[in-house]
Each structure stands twice: as C-alpha cells, then as structure tokens.
Write a protein that binds this ligand. Structure first.
Ligand code: HEC
Ligand code: HEC
Length: 457
C-alpha cells in the first residue's frame, strides 16, 4: 500500500536537498557577511575627533537552517499485520530439512513459527519505518542459505579508528556499523575519513538459535580453561542483555555480542533495517549527523510497537527460537575418518561437538543435546582477529564459529574471505595455531576426509 502524502513528502525533500546541494541559496537581502576570522583590525580613530556614534550593526542572520522547515510532522508507522495461517510446516519429519521447525512443538508453537517466519521474510517499507539508513529491507535478504534463516554471502561493513590507546568505534560518526543504503540519497552513510579500520562481517545462519539460547551460562563457563591446553584457553563474553538488563554469557554474533535471541532481533530490526523498537528506540543518525536525520526521518519512534499483540521483532525472535538445528548429512567412510582427524588435530578444543540445554519446562528445549561444534567462547585468534573491539571482545578475539550446517553457509570466516573450509582452517592463528599446524601437516587425502566430515555437520 502506498501512502500518497508520505511519497509527496519524500519527493519534496529529495528535490529540496538536491537543489541546495548543487546551488546554495543567495543570502537574504540586508544580511551582512560575517567578517573572516583573519580580517585585519580597523585602524583606531584619531582621539581629537569625537567619533560619531557607530551605526548599530545590522543583525547577522544565521545561515538558514532549513532542517526545521523541511522536517515534516512525523507520522505513525503503518505496519499492517497479515496473520499467516497454515499451511503448517512438517512436524517431526523422519528426515528433517534445513528450515524445518524443531521437533516436538505444539500446534500453538507451530503457529508462532509460521507467523514469525512471514515477518522474517517481509520486505519493510518507508511507511512502516524502514530507514532512514539501513542495510537491507528484510531479514531473509541476508539470511537465506539452504532455507529461510540460513547464512548468505552478504557482508556488512564495520569501521573504527585504531589509536595508540586502543580502539575508537567512532560512535559520533555513525560507527562502528555502516548502513550502506538510505531512503534518500542525501542521507546516505559513508565510511568517514577518520576511520583507519574497515572490516566486513559475513551473515551467519540463525538455525537452532532457541537451542543455543537454552544452554545455561554455566555450561559455557565450564569450558573456560585456567591453564592453556595446546595454547587454548577461551573467555566467556559477559555482556549486558538488552532485554533483561542482566549480565549474561553472550553467544550470538561473531563476537558473541548478544546473549538472547530477542535482543539480537531487536538489534537487527534497528541496525540492519532502521526499524526502531522498545529496546532500540532511537534512529541511527547518518554518520551521526542529527540535521541529516531530521530531514530524512518521517516516522514516529518506536516504529515496531503495536498497541496490542506482539511486535514484529518478537514474532521474528519466536521464529528463530523455534527453528530446528541444521540437519546432519549421513556419515560416509571418508567422513568417519575425518571425524577422527578433527579430534586428533585438536579442533575439538574449541569446536566442542555438543553442549546440553538445561532443565526446561518446554519439552522441546528440555535437556537437549545441541550439536553445534562450538564452545561459544571467545578466543584470541591472533592475525585472524578483525581488529574491532565489541565489549567484552578484544580486537583479536572471536567467538568459536559453530560448524553445524557448514555445507550451506559458504563463504566462511567473519569476513567471508574463505571460499572453502581448507582456506578457513589455514587462516586460524593465535590460540588455534597448534591445531592449525597439525591440520597443515595432513596429507591431501586426509584433508579431504576432514572436509567431508565438516560437510556432514
Ligand atoms: C544486511 C544484511 C543483514 C540483514 C538485513 C539482517 N542480518 Fe542478521 N546478520 C547479518 C550479519 C552480517 C550477521 C553477523 C553479525 C555480527 O556478528 O556482527 C548477522 C547475524 C544475525 C544473528 C546472530 C546469529 C548468530 O550467528 O549468532 C541473528 C540472530 C540475526 N542476524 C537476526 C536477524 C534478523 C532477525 C534480521 C531482520 C530483522 C536480520 N538478522 C537482518 C546480516 C544481516
Ligand atoms: C582456538 C579455538 C579454535 C580451534 C582450536 C579451531 N578453531 Fe575453527 N574457528 C575458531 C574461531 C574463533 C572461528 C571464527 C574465526 C573468524 O571467522 O574470525 C573458527 C572458524 C572455523 C571455520 C569457519 C566457520 C564459518 O562458519 O565461517 C571452520 C571451517 C573451522 N573453524 C574449522 C576448524 C578446524 C577443522 C579446526 C581444527 C583443525 C579448528 N577450526 C580449530 C576457533 C577455533
């Protein structure tokens, strides 16, 4: 549905901002130009002559700030919700596929799954709150490999400034996450000159996130080593959960920067799509410029905040929580040999084959084995680190990437630099150096077996 008034406003603002960019308006008549800073002082009048009273200086009009004129009255977000009823997904199939719901859900949960999936796939529009700056207009645009919710080759950009004293995320200039699209050309973000670090972040899959969330903090903390084994220690990412305000073990994202699925969903709506919500109620100003924001933001915040019922970010969080884990592929003789090599090369020190969820009143999450091949800890990866500090992760620290579903998530590593697992493993460094060197000594046939194993996870 198209709202004519809003489209009219957009066209007007676009036209006005283009005109003023090309051709600054002439100064209004009578306005005096402010003296340049380095103008010479006027010579003092000879003391014998009584100086005539100086004419009252013409008032210096400020340079016209058109942001107030152009900023239209904000409209409420239009977010009509079409409740998607069945077709219901397959429940407890003998052979699960990527994108299937968790086994053992109730009918009510399956309805939440289907409904939240529709929001995950929905394309946001300006009237609903998209932008002013954003990266893509739907979750599925970046999460689709293998099925809705998978990884993709889409990278986002982070920037910052590395100084002698540490890392500056250049918040005041719109850092560290760049939004590379905008609803108006004039609001478009760019990497500022001040940035001397620019890195890419590859989209990760969201399969099985409810299981990952149900792993107790204590189970993750239990894998932190006091004494390094083969150089591996690990550190839990203690973060403040945006939802509960509590200190929790972060586990989502390349830096384990979020502790809950709901928190990540709210973050993604605001920061990837510019749709504000209860937990992220403020729009990102383009490169931190409040005037640019005022000229391009037409919708009242928070945008995803219905008067009744669940907000879309809550529905999408339900979908991600109820998504099943990636299905494993059948083992072969080669993959079985590769499994042994995975253990003997010490990959399991970080890529812990499985963790257990805690006791849970919901049977779908109650003491389940989660075969994610990650300890969910941060590790110092040496030269593989991305240089970004995302508290509490330091510049070289990265979350052990879960390896489940690898066959549908290429390209690999945080910046998607590795087209295959061989390149991804060869780039391991820091705490993973001992293990990587063992891998590099394998014969080509053994490397193939190890890759075959990884493609079954
Ligand atoms: C422009 C691409 C893009 C869009 C749009 C996008 N994401 Fe993502 N998503 C990413 C990237 C890149 C990452 C990895 C981010 C990081 O760790 O810095 C990610 C990570 C995630 C994760 C963490 C998964 C894990 O591995 O722990 C979740 C959850 C997520 N996104 C949910 C969403 C939701 C929900 C939406 C829609 C509201 C969404 N994303 C929209 C690119 C995108
Ligand atoms: C010290 C901990 C550690 C050890 C040991 C380790 N890894 Fe990793 N692995 C990581 C981390 C951390 C990442 C994410 C790094 C990044 O992208 O910056 C990762 C990423 C990967 C990826 C890419 C996953 C993706 O989705 O992009 C693969 C494949 C992988 N590891 C396989 C292995 C194999 C095989 C071994 C053993 C030879 C191994 N790793 C040993 C910590 C480790």
């Amino acid at each position: 549905m198209i709202n004519a008034r809003l489209i009219g406003t957009l066209a007007l603002v676009a036209a006005a901002s283009q005109v003023s960019a090309v051709n600054p308006p002439p100064p209004p008549p009578g306005a005096s130009k402010p003296a340049p800073m380095n103008a010479p002082m006027a010579a003092p009048a000879p003391s014998a002559i009584k100086p005539a009273p100086a004419p009252a200086p013409a008032p210096v009009k400020p340079v016209v700030d058109d942001s107030a004129l152009l900023a239209p009255a904000k409209q409420p977000a239009l977010r009509p919700h079409v409740l998607i009823k069945p077709p219901m997904p397959r429940m407890n199939p003998a052979k699960p596929l990527f994108g299937d719901p968790l086994p053992g859900l109730t009918t009510a949960q399956l309805e939440l799954f289907v409904d939240g999936k529709a929001d995950f796939e929905k394309t946001e529009d300006v009237e609903g709150g998209l932008g002013p700056i954003f990266n893509e207009s739907s979750c599925v645009a970046c999460h689709n490999g293998g099925a809705v919710g998978g990884a993709s080759p889409r990278n986002v950009t982070r920037f910052g400034r590395v100084t002698a004293t540490g890392f500056d995320s250049l918040d005041a200039l719109g850092g560290s996450l760049l939004q590379d699209q905008s609803i108006l050309p004039a609001a478009r973000e760019f990497v500022p000159r001040e940035a001397n670090l620019v890195v890419r972040r590859n989209s990760t899959p969201v399969f099985g996130l409810g299981l990952m969330e149900a792993i107790p903090d204590a189970a993750i903390l239990a894998n932190v080593r006091k004494q390094p084994v083969d150089g591996v220690t690990g550190k839990a990412a203690m973060v403040t959960d945006v939802v509960s305000g509590q200190t929790r073990v972060g586990r989502f994202g390349w830096k384990a920067q979020q502790a809950t699925v709901l928190g990540f969903a709210a973050d993604a709506y605001a920061n990837e799509m510019g749709v504000t919500n209860r937990y992220f109620p403020k729009e990102n100003a383009p490169n931190g410029d409040a005037a640019k924001l005022a000229k391009s933001d037409f919708i009242q915040d928070p945008e995803d905040a219905p008067a009744t019922g669940l907000a879309d970010f809550e529905k999408v969080a339900n979908f991600m929580k109820l998504l099943g884990p990636p299905p494993q592929a059948p083992a072969t003789a080669s993959s079985n040999a590769g499994k042994q090599l995975f253990a003997s090369a010490g990959c399991v020190a970080c890529h812990v084959p499985s963790l257990l969820t805690g006791p849970n009143t919901d049977p779908a999450f109650d003491r389940k084995e989660v075969r994610l091949y990650s300890d969910l800890l941060l590790h110092d990866m040496g030269s593989l680190g991305d240089g970004i500090v995302q508290a509490p992760a330091g510049p070289r620290e990265m979350r052990t990437a879960p390896l489940w579903g690898l066959r549908a998530s290429a390209p690999y590593l945080h910046d998607g630099r590795a087209p295959n697992v061989d390149a991804a493993i060869a780039a391991h460094d820091g705490e993973a150096k001992v293990s990587r060197d063992r891998y590099l000594k394998l014969t080509p046939a053994q490397k193939k077996q190890l890759a075959d194993f990884l493609m079954t996870l």
